[in-house]
Write a protein that binds this ligand. Structure first.
Ligand SMILES: [Zn+2]
Length: 286
């Protein structure tokens, strides 16, 4: 395991020096290949690249990449989608089981001390593994890739973003926002974007605060934790934005202790007391 970890670290150092990981191409590309500075810096962040700037959801781009499709080219440039069938799944599962069994034996050192890391290098993606070299992680990555590669034997693999029929009219998947926050997607999304955009800095602050408070316990290598942190911060932000209604709810339930309200809403006591002050001001004096 130590060997693998060290290998992982040197790989990362080399990547940083000269190139950036392009999730769409699934390979390292030269820095200059990506469009704007903002997008380039976002995509080069190992964990942050797939999150919407304004919430915890995945960007349209990240989702489009997670949903590849296989197509067969027909005459006159037409495409026909190839469905993923059960027999393809079973075939992929069998191939996966064989590789996983071999990986288990490799971890025990049966094929020499480098075979396990060699297998990881060949069948997994270092970025996606996020420091987890367990058999389970290996299985999960190989399973998905095996399914896609088995499927691809029937035609040509394409991501929705690269489909010819999708490039006209509809705007391309956003690298910065989720579907609910992409201002070009719908009127509703534009309103959500305008509403949350004004609080973008506060949102970043809340995220940073949760990370620093949980520094000792939150696993930074775990992408699920990143999503959880962003989700928690987002719900805290909603209370900051419209504090009176949630505070009202609790007051109506008979909870009047500000510290208790703060605890239940997951915000600071100061935020609650500010909300109550605002609430009092709003109410007509009688
Ligand atoms: Zn969003």
């Amino acid at each position: 395991m130590v060997v693998i970890q060290r290998y992982h670290q040197t790989m990362k150092k080399n990547e940083k020096a000269s190139s950036t990981y392009d999730p769409l191409l699934q390979m390292l590309v030269r820095e200059s290949d990506t469009s704007s500075d903002r997008i380039r810096s976002k995509l080069s962040s190992q964990y942050d690249w797939g999150f919407c700037e304004l919430c915890w959801r995945s960007t349209e781009y990240a989702i489009s990449m997670a949903a590849p499709k296989v197509f067969k080219r027909l005459e006159r440039g037409n495409l026909k989608a190839v469905p993923l069938t059960n027999s393809m799944r079973i075939d992929a599962q069998e191939k996966t089981a064989n590789l996983v069994a071999r990986y288990e034996r490799a971890l025990e050192g049966e094929f020499g001390k480098y075979e396990a890391s060699r297998m990881l290098g060949r069948y997994c993606d270092w970025q996606e593994l996020r420091g987890d070299f367990s058999v389970e992680a290996f299985r999960e990555h190989v399973e998905r890739r095996m399914l896609v590669s088995t499927w691809t034997c029937q035609g040509e693999l394409m991501w929705p973003a690269a489909l010819p029929s999708h490039s006209e009219g509809a705007s391309r998947p956003s690298k910065l926002y989720c579907e609910a926050h992409n201002p070009r997607r719908s009127n509703e999304a534009r309103r959500a974007y305008q509403r949350d955009r004004r609080y973008a800095l506060e949102y970043e602050d809340l995220i940073a605060k949760i990370w620093s408070q949980g520094a000792a316990v939150l696993p930074r290598w775990d992408i699920e934790t990143w999503a959880e942190v962003r989700k928690t911060a987002y719900s805290q932000l909603q209370i900051l934005k419209s504090p009176t209604s949630s505070v009202d709810d609790l007051l109506n339930q008979g909870i009047t202790n500000q510290a208790e309200i703060a605890r239940q809403l997951g915000v600071s006591r100061q935020a609650v007391s500010a909300a109550i002050r605002r609430r009092t001001r709003k109410q007509p004096s009688s």
